[in-house]
Design a protein. Structure first.
Lengths: 327, 338, 327, 338
């Protein structure tokens, strides 16, 4: 076991699974010679050759559509969308096709593809290199949506995603790539999809979040501890299907729930988490269910002051937690 | 006597060309039955292959159903019959019955699919199947497999971005895939002139670095000839071909359409004269491979098959409502880890 | 004033606005000669000519993209997507472009387009001619999403949508086209976007819904009245922006909220409505917030038994209302 | 002495061709400054026009900024300067300052837009601007307006579905639009050979029923000639043209890229010899329209302008955080009912 960066854990998962299973291959823009614009696939083409790490033309719909067809013929494609923002041209292939293939064929066909995409802001990426795209897909039956927050999970969840017989969207927060390190077992292992993780136990307030939000919540919890407030932090990890039991247990634990995500609030995944609690744990609540999320603007601006105003940070999370704990 | 040897010159035995004809007649018979059932209020929807059976038969006979993948579109009834479906399977689909192998009655008729037969599951949004076929061809190239992939679509659909992107990728990697455009002159009500400004859809192949071929899609043998060459080229590493079969849709777009609002009866009547079934029949009679009696028997056999299929499909049980939520994801017991 | 069908009210709005304002034009597949596959635009090409009722090639991304460009040059396009299911190829143009044009240009440019699409099931349309697509867009700042339930609203809301300076998605439930009739003023009028309507007042249970659901809720309410249960029915009409005040008022009125929609439940618009209530009216509730929605399957099947099992109906709505009222 | 009259033969006065040159130099100077600022940690991002200034100047001078709409892409710095932007506007954008007329500092540099100047607002997802230009051209045709619409994009982007769909529609209706492909041989790291299989992007025009023209994009005058003809054709109802300017990107894709991983230094050095600015300069010196002294003065003026713009932009105030939520929808007071 060694300490690894989030980005290295992802690369390791790809490398190990490609070595283990000849059917697995990577396709996307600049993934080959260049090793990806974030360098996630760095070195893989040298090891596995031009086709198993395939530089694709600039056509997202075809990246996903070709992956679906290759999967139909027995391959296990892992497609990279260069930035999550650019998944939109592929939405028809993802929602009309990948998500519905098993159902529409009455279980005759399936679609074992993974679509990886870096998402999220705070990197001066402006409107189109910062977006959170998960809420477009969490509504869609047939898809699974995964967002790892730690290097260990990044590897284990990606291996699960690749081995999963159904389409999985795997969103990697680009701010975590090189800022987060952690122990990651060297050999391959899987972390189950659909299971949330309690990152910290506490009794005064529950924070439900994922991705970068987990780190903000943990830092905020640390800070609040000195004020005598203990926080319970749940990392959703998989956004579809949601781990309903874990969500309800976390809500009941403190009776005060704060949901945190970078994506804008209205109809974000936080709405579903809140609705679940409002449906199944209403009488365990001691305070309104709060959501702290991105503002209702189309995406975050380039301007450093506006980007900063958009992004969540430990202060914002801590202050919401504090006010909720004191409710 | 050049006519006599036409199919033999193409490498088709008398039995094979008769079989081709039989599939076309069967497809037409199934199709006509569906219209009757629809008009009688027994099935809610039909989408038709009428006029395109020759193109489909020519294509189907050029492929090897034992290994080649197909990603057909909703009019390809004759093609899927050649690929092993039957009047019964398609009538089960028309009635939306769970025994339908295409989708267990979940999709509209004409939405083909069958893993065992390498018919890649299709959907309604047009053109999405084009990259799927290309993906299958990519798999063949990566593994060194011997199969080719075939995909068909209408000329209206050749305007969709998915056609362009998929064809482009196939061209770069010289993948073993055949793009088969069944140009029937209309996209619902929109005539060719309002759909595209190039003379032939096949002209677009140049933009992808491979060959485009125009063929008379009302002539099954001619389609066979062109497709055979395209398949051989693909199998031998020569890359993709875009084949455009010029056909005509002899009936309305679907049972929900009324084509009198956008085309004249004269135009349709004129086109009927080129009916691919009539043309192949005349050829077979002419070259003596078929007699009127044999033809009548063959049509009767098709009708019998369709009658039997109709009866079976109509009485087959409907899906149990409890199955509504099945197969959204792999069910534990069925998953093989993939 | 005359009694008109829902579909006729829509056609009338188009016809009147095109007559009033030369910039308004309709584009889409089969909208011209054929008058639309549902006949919404029947007769308009004869009146306004080939370009103002423009038969577009089979390319949804271009329908929306060209509409955006025409709007940039001063036109007011009303695009028709033949079935809401086929809006997916246009999602990039809608979300990356239309929704963000005003914001990204700092108010220099705007995008006054309307995208109309028939949606919803119960018409043997199977997986791809039955879907509810609203939840893909209600999350997106910059867009407005409208779903009329009555002929009067269909006309008034469509006129508002066309006159609105920002992009509006206008979803028409295809089951309502010819099944619902009502009084519709003959002259043009606007019904404001962003305002819900109370369709029935009551004290025992609140139903919040839209589109076809309004009619089911009203029928169910009628039925429950004889059992001594009175229902309060709120028709959302606009799904983005939500009429938050009206939602909270309706929730407080009875303290028991049932949200109804045909679209599947998880991360549907009902989640946001529930979350709003859970955030701002929690202590006014006497029962958990319930959602009655489509099942978590990719879309409704063709099979008549499965389609029936998928669809909501008055029985299902009434029974949920009854059980909630008795909670 | 044929060389002497080249620009005059094209209808350009000496002043005009000098002005063209000046814009190219100014664009390069702004661009180089942005790289310096980026390397100094003062601005987070640059995306470059270097190597493509000649193509852009040739195109820009063929258009009429007083009426023609443009939908440029992120490398079109030289074009937007011709359309009235300045070193100052673009440096304001580079610093993300609210005075930037493109986006008020909301978008990355290179994301152009300006309603008053008919520069249609652009975004990052490639190719989305292509149908926008076609839509503007449709408006011109519908209203009988005299303007043409121009749209530019890279060769990698010509593979996107949006290119295909937009070009197809423009072809059907013979709209007054020019598709200008700046083929710089790479889409980030992916060379042309892995992006498309046809020899020229211009070959694709045949699939849309209009003309495609290949032009040496390193030669501003030649681009001008070809573009002038295309614009005239469009203005006279002759429909669209696809112009492919063969260029080369002389620097990495953006400040986030390292091009050494995918192309040799020799290749880049070789390409530098064809630098469009050097070429136009040599021509102007040769034909006596420019002297070395004038050139030095012109470059100094560009540098002065850029220095001043940098100083201004750097000290300009940042956006007030409270403006974050402004302009998602029309604000009551600003709406004119549309
Ligand atoms: C993406 C999408 N848009 C619209 C439709 C509705 N539609 C079904 S078939 C059709 C016309 C297809 O024309 P063409 O491709 O020429 O095939 P044909 O039906 O003529 O064989 C249309 C518009 C659809 N199925 N998918
Ligand atoms: C839809 C989309 N996918 C991916 C990207 C990331 N990206 C930005 S530029 C670029 C390459 C563009 O190549 P080309 O069209 O040749 O233009 P060039 O940059 O070479 O001028 C890519 C992949 C994007 N901006 N948009
Ligand atoms: Mg057609
Ligand atoms: Mg390029």
């Amino acid at each position: 076991m060694a300490v690894k960066q989030y980005i290295d854990a992802i690369r390791e998962a790809l490398q190990q699974e490609m070595a283990r299973d000849e059917r697995v291959f990577v396709l996307g823009e600049d993934v080959g010679v260049r090793g990806g614009v974030f360098r996630v696939t760095d070195g893989l083409q040298a090891q596995f050759g031009e086709y198993r790490v395939l530089d694709f033309p600039l056509t997202e719909s075809a990246i996903v559509g070709v992956a679906i067809g290759a999967a139909a013929a027995g391959m296990i494609p892992v497609a990279e969308i260069q930035f999550a923002d650019f998944i939109l041209p592929a939405v028809n292939q993802i929602i009309s096709e990948a998500a519905k293939i098993r159902y529409r064929s009455n279980n005759d066909w399936n679609c074992p593809i993974v679509i990886r995409a870096p998402f999220g802001g705070g990197v001066h990426g402006a409107l189109y290199h910062s977006q959170s795209m998960e809420a477009l897909f969490t509504h869609v039956p047939g898809l699974k949506v995964v967002v790892p927050s730690t290097p260990e999970d990044a590897k284990g969840l990606l291996l699960s995603a690749i081995r999963d017989p159904d389409p999985v969207l795997f969103f990697e927060h680009k701010k975590l790539y090189r800022s987060i390190k952690g122990e990651v077992p060297d050999s391959p292992y899987t972390t189950p999809l659909g299971k949330a993780a309690v990152r910290r136990e506490g009794d005064d307030v529950t924070v439900i979040t994922y991705g970068l939000g987990v780190h903000l919540a943990l830092e905020a919890a640390e800070r609040l501890e000195s004020e005598g407030i203990t926080a319970h932090v749940l990392d959703l990890r998989t956004l579809r299907p949601l781990d309903e039991e874990a969500i309800l247990a976390a809500a009941r634990r403190t009776g005060k729930v704060l949901i945190v995500h970078e994506d804008n609030k209205v109809c974000g995944i936080g709405a579903e988490v809140s609705a679940l609690i409002g449906e199944y744990a209403l009488f365990d609540l001691d305070a309104p269910i709060r959501r702290l999320a991105g503002p209702e603007v189309p995406a975050m601006p380039f301007s450093p002051t506006l980007e900063k105003a958009y992004m969540l940070n430990t202060d914002k999370v801590a202050s919401e937690m504090r006010s909720l704990a004191r409710f | 006597m050049t006519e006599v040897v036409r199919h033999r010159a193409l490498g088709l035995t008398d039995e094979q060309v008769l079989e081709m004809y039989r599939y076309m007649v069967l497809a037409r018979t199934v199709d006509e039955r569906m219209w009757l059932l629809n008009r009688a209020g027994k099935i809610p929807f039909v989408i038709s292959c009428q006029g395109q059976e020759g193109a489909q038969a020519g294509a189907g006979f050029a492929l090897d159903p034992s290994k080649d993948y197909i990603a057909p579109y909703y009019r390809d009834l004759c093609l899927v019959l050649i690929y092993g479906h039957t009047a019964k399977t398609e009538l089960l689909a028309a009635f939306g019955k769970p025994e339908d192998p295409n989708s267990g009655g979940r999709q509209m008729p004409g939405h083909f699919g069958d893993r065992a037969r390498r018919i890649i599951t299709g959907s309604s949004p047009v053109g999405t199947q084009i990259p799927h076929a290309v993906g299958a061809a990519l798999a063949a190239k990566m593994r060194g497999d011997d199969f080719v992939a075939y995909v068909s679509f209408g000329e209206g659909t050749s305007n969709q971005g998915d056609f362009h992107e998929a064809a482009n990728f196939a061209g770069i990697h010289k993948l073993p895939v055949i793009f088969f455009c069944e140009n029937n002159k209309y996209a619902i009500s929109v005539p060719e002139s309002k759909q595209l400004a190039c003379k032939n859809v096949a002209d677009r192949a140049a933009g992808y670095g491979f060959e485009g071929v125009v063929v008379d899609g009302m002539d099954a043998l001619e389609v066979y000839r062109v497709m055979k060459a395209a398949v051989e080229k693909a199998r031998n590493g020569g890359g993709p071909t875009l084949v455009e079969a010029k056909t005509y849709r002899l009936v309305p777009h679907s049972s929900d359409d009324d084509d009198r609002s956008y085309r004249s009866r004269e135009e349709v009547e004129e086109a009927r004269k080129g009916d691919p079934i009539v043309r192949l029949r005349n050829y077979l009679l002419e070259v003596g491979v078929l007699t009127e009696e044999q033809d009548a028997a063959l049509r009767q056999a098709a009708l019998d098959e369709v009658n039997e299929a109709t009866a079976y499909a109509e009485q087959a049980p409907h899906a149990d409502p409890s199955t509504l939520t099945k197969f959204v994801y792999a069910e534990e017991a069925l998953s093989d880890g993939r």
